[in-house]
Design a protein around this ligand. Structure first.
Ligand SMILES: NC(=O)C1=CN([C@@H]2O[C@H](COP(=O)(O)OP(=O)(O)OC[C@H]3O[C@@H](n4cnc5c(N)ncnc54)[C@H](OP(=O)(O)O)[C@@H]3O)[C@@H](O)[C@H]2O)C=CC1
Ligand SMILES: Nc1nc(O)c(N)c(N[C@@H]2O[C@H](COP(=O)(O)O)[C@@H](O)[C@H]2O)n1
Length: 253
């Protein structure tokens, strides 16, 4: 395959995004009992090879990929599109971390790969950009910057979070036209619960869910316990069967 699967191209309108109105996609992989990770946040491979490849194509369709700091700490992800054929030279998305208190571990794999510029088969590696609160100490900011990260302080909301409704302007100011939010649970929850942008349009444009035929049992839910009230109505767009998994595309109503 040399370009994204047709169903993504047809149903995920990232190419029509602009700096003025960036496209926001929310995505995750879940079990049949709506879990995204095991007990204590242990990473679980839910996606089969077909849907994992699809996720990497989806990453390549966005300018940026965003996760919460807990996911960075627990999973130590690479956040690249490294399952795509290297010969295509497809640029990887810009990694963005939501990290109000700047807990970002300087031992993180994405930082190590950026510093050594080492990635298999000569692929491009991007510097991790870490979005934090304006009140983080200068010392801590310097530590992360010296370690190689770009630190981007922004005002926090009343919960001490990076406000979901301010994300469009944050990413526009960074010159990015689209972002794929991968989780984890707390980040998915605040974005699902935040209906609108400052301009009154839907905050989240697309929701892409991979459902794997397995149960996790004790584990981390798609949204944290008690936060499943007030979730938005979704408008169904498309389902694609990819190997053992079902991949659903929706938008917010
Ligand atoms: N199956 C899948 O598709 C995926 C699974 N996961 C799993 O998710 C788990 C981690 O999820 P979780 O523990 O909920 O943590 P998250 O990864 O959602 O990170 C949450 C933290 O991000 C910071 N934050 C900043 N802004 C916001 C905001 N607007 N909303 C919410 N948080 C914000 C806070 O940091 P602070 O506390 O410092 O203020 C918060 O505690 C891992 O186990 C991982 O494996 C993750 C991604 C995908
Ligand atoms: N699509 C998908 N399927 C799964 O089964 C998963 N566990 C995840 N997790 C997300 O992918 C990140 C890891 O990415 P790298 O392979 O290291 O690039 C992980 O942090 C979650 O965000 N996703």
């Amino acid at each position: 395959m040399t370009s994204p699967p047709e169903f993504l191209k047809n149903n995920l309108p990232t190419s029509s995004a602009s700096i003025g109105r960036p496209h926001i996609t929310l995505t995750w992989a879940q079990s049949l009992d709506s879990k995204i990770a095991g007990p204590g946040g242990q990473r679980v491979i839910l996606s089969g090879k077909e849907s994992m490849l699809m996720t990497h194509w989806m990453r390549s369709m966005h300018d940026a990929i965003l996760i919460g700091v807990n996911t960075l700490i627990l999973d130590d992800p690479r956040l690249q599109a490294n399952l795509l054929p290297p010969s295509l030279n497809i640029p990887p998305p810009q990694p963005l971390i939501l990290d109000p208190k700047l807990r970002f571990p300087v031992t993180a794999r994405i930082l190590g790969e950026w510093n050594t510029k080492v990635s298999e088969r000569g692929r491009t590696v991007r510097q991790p950009w870490i979005i934090c609160g304006e009140d983080v100490s200068l010392k801590r900011k310097e530590q992360v910057e010296i370690a190689g990260g770009r630190v981007i302080p922004v005002p926090l909301d009343e919960r001490g979070h990076i406000s979901p409704s301010s994300l469009p302007s944050i990413i526009s100011n960074l010159g990015l036209k689209s972002v794929m939010i991968e989780g984890g649970s707390k980040v998915l929850s605040t974005f699902l619960h935040c209906p609108k942008r400052h301009d009154g349009s839907n905050l989240v444009d697309s929701v892409v869910i991979t459902v794997a035929p397995m149960f996790i049992g004790d584990g981390i839910g798609v949204v944290p316990q008690g936060e499943d009230i007030g979730l938005p109505k979704l408008k169904y767009i498309h389902t694609e069967i990819m190997g053992k998994d079902a991949v659903m595309i929706c938008s917010k109503e």
